[in-house]
Design a protein around this ligand. Structure first.
Ligand SMILES: [Zn+2]
Length: 75
């Protein structure tokens, strides 16, 4: 039997085609694996940022220095 359409969630990392991507940049339509998960343009405006999982991961892992849209967390 022929295969049906591939599931939309099955994407490959932009840097590692052999890896299944776990993250997806809505602005640039680029998928990343866990290792590559970071915002490609953190200094630029992104209308998807408030709902971007990549951005949240970057914030938590200190990969992003500036946090223009989110208030600083209270200690
Ligand atoms: Zn990767």
């Amino acid at each position: 039997m022929a295969e049906a359409a591939r599931p939309k969630m099955s994407r490959r990392c932009a840097n590692h085609p052999q890896r299944e991507a776990a993250w997806f940049c809505l602005k640039h339509s680029v998928a990343y694996c866990d290792e590559c998960c970071r915002c490609p343009h953190p200094e630029g405006y992104c209308k998807y940022r408030s709902q971007c999982a990549i951005w949240q991961v970057c914030l938590e892992s200190d990969r992003v220095d500036e946090v223009p849209l989110l208030p600083a967390k209270a200690p």
